[in-house]
Design a protein around this ligand. Structure first.
Ligand SMILES: Cc1cc2nc3c(=O)[nH]c(=O)nc-3n(C[C@H](O)[C@H](O)[C@H](O)COP(=O)(O)O)c2cc1C
Length: 182
């Protein structure tokens, strides 16, 4: 499964998609650290680096999984790792609101996802979870916004998915670039 692009570009941009077919095979700790390191090299306003990653395995994974919608639990329940992505709302120096923090966190998770793709892993972001429950479950301070949860794991057998999820487990189409250019 590879996207057709009009122009030549990074292979991982073409191969990455929001894959739901994952195995429960463990992801080594050093690989998870490498993904966080890749994310850490994203640009950010005043180099604030507002992103934080709560890597949930074992008991913490169970706790985070419980905050996902049933629909997401159905496939993300197999992921050996769930990541709760957070973003600090204010600048450390001066304490002013950082308007750009979510944008920076999004860019960092883009780096995370592309490095995951390069290593043959899937990192699939989700908004389908209770931010309130996640905040309570991990006692996240108010100075951090909750961005999303990512399911991280190795691609697995499509047939493990429900028929509905099998049918939609492919790269989605995109708006033509003419529509994006203003
Ligand atoms: C912030 C965000 C939230 C998302 N939430 C979910 C989700 O809750 N469940 C899910 O299965 N996919 C979720 N997705 C994946 C998107 O549906 C997917 O990226 C989009 O349809 C484009 O497909 P593609 O990534 O395969 O190109 C989310 C993606 C993002 C960036």
């Amino acid at each position: 499964m590879i996207r057709q692009t009009r122009h030549e570009m990074l292979t991982e941009i073409k191969t990455r998609f929001a894959n739901r077919a994952l195995t429960d095979q463990e992801v080594p700790q050093e690989v998870l650290e490498a993904l966080v390191e890749a994310a850490s090299h994203a640009p950010s306003c005043f180099n604030e680096q507002p992103w934080r990653f709560l890597i949930a395995t074992g008991e913490r994974r169970e706790r985070l999984l419980a905050t996902l919608t049933e629909q997401n639990q159905e496939w993300a329940g197999r992921a050996p790792v769930l990541v709760l992505t957070l973003s600090k709302k204010t600048f450390t120096q001066g304490g002013r609101d950082n308007y750009w923090h979510m944008s920076d966190a999004g860019c960092a998770t883009g780096f995370f996802m592309l490095e995951a793709e390069r290593r043959g892993l899937t990192a699939h972001p989700m908004a389908g979870f209770s931010r309130k429950q996640a905040r309570e479950a991990f006692q996240i301070p108010e100075e951090y916004d909750i961005v999303h949860v990512m399911a991280v794991g190795w691609p697995g057998d499509l047939h493990l998915l429900s028929e509905k999820n099998q049918a939609r487990n492919h790269p989605k189409s995109r708006k033509p670039i003419e529509e994006l250019l203003l």
